[in-house]
Design a protein around this ligand. Structure first.
Ligand SMILES: N[C@@H](CCC[C@H](N)C(=O)O)C(=O)O
Length: 300
């Protein structure tokens, strides 16, 4: 039996916990401890699945968690890592390169392993929604905002920003800037992510349009903090740039951990393609397993 399978996508790392390999109770507390980079395995999040026996042609359910223990509806990188996990562990129809579907609280996402040796995996994230109610977004007075979220004003402390917000299974706020830097993401990112106008919080991308075919972003993730890469963030930045008329239907999105390709179809649906790699597989040491089994939820 194997307790965990660790993967990364351009440095955005997740621990896959497969209930067929371990009986570990996956709760917000156990996720926080597993993701702790000093006392646990260390990761930006956990993928828990499959939550039902995988059957060809049937969406495979799974759950996604950020490193702070919060549940998230979709993870462009997490879904692609789990797809590779199914191919690595189960082989068969999961490894043929034929598309299959993963199911999370945000809905169904088609995935496809394009090149197993190179770790090239693709996921479809559907059509993003640029509506205030979808995020949700509040007005400054705390009432629910309505209408489009393209180029809306957002005051953060003394700064008056113009941002584009959207939902692609997760809430995102794209901030066009002249120069995205890690320092900017670490400083302004959390103040936007936890802004009172986002009652569910938001992921944040600082965007520079290099050309109509190349975008550059720095990412501060809701529930995980500064990230070297993020799949749904790359898709959010590309979708916003497309809506604002700033990029073509196929763009390279550059992040500190590397680049992905985002394709924006005429119907608005978004597809992400990029590299995913397995990092490690292993078992929790008895001391850690004892702590994981003793977390409040696990103890119930
Ligand atoms: N890293 C993920 C996004 C994870 C979820 C996000 N932090 C949220 O809470 O919405 C990705 O690659 O999409």
């Amino acid at each position: 039996m194997t307790d965990f399978f660790k993967y990364q996508a351009l440095g955005n790392d997740y621990v896959v916990i497969d209930p067929r390999s371990t009986g570990l109770p996956v709760t917000p507390e156990t996720v926080r401890l597993v993701c702790d980079r000093h006392f646990g395995i260390g990761a930006d999040g956990v993928v828990h699945g499959p939550l039902a026996d995988p059957r060809p042609g049937v969406p495979v359910p799974l759950a996604l968690f950020n490193s702070d223990g919060s549940v998230c509806g979709r993870s462009g990188n997490g879904l692609r890592m789990f797809a590779l996990h199914l191919a690595d562990r189960d082989a068969g129809s999961w490894a043929t390169g034929e598309p299959f579907t993963l199911r999370t609280t945000a809905g169904d996402s088609p995935v496809r392993i394009l090149d197993r040796a190179a770790g090239t995996v693709q996921v479809g994230l559907g059509r993003p929604v640029f509506e205030a109610a979808a995020l949700p977004l509040l007005n400054e007075d705390g009432t629910p905002a309505e209408g489009s979220t393209l180029s809306v004003p957002l005051t953060v402390g003394e700064q008056k920003l113009t941002v584009t917000a959207l939902d692609n299974g997760n809430p995102h706020t794209v901030v066009p800037v002249d120069e995205p830097t890690p320092e900017l993401a670490r400083d302004l990112g959390p103040r936007i992510a936890g802004h009172a106008r986002f009652p569910h919080r938001t992921n944040v991308q600082f965007l520079r349009v290099v050309s109509r075919g190349v975008l550059e972003i720095e990412v501060y993730e809701r529930g995980a903090g500064y990230a070297l890469a993020s799949g749904s963030s790359a898709c959010a930045a590309a979708s916003a740039a497309r809506q604002l008329g700033l990029c073509d239907e196929r763009v390279e999105v550059r992040m500190p951990g590397g680049s992905v390709t985002v394709t924006l179809a005429a119907d608005g649906s978004v597809t992400l393609t990029g590299e995913v790699r397995q990092v490690a597989t292993g078992d929790f040491a008895p001391a850690l397993r004892a702590l994981l089994d003793r977390t409040p939820e696990a103890a119930r």
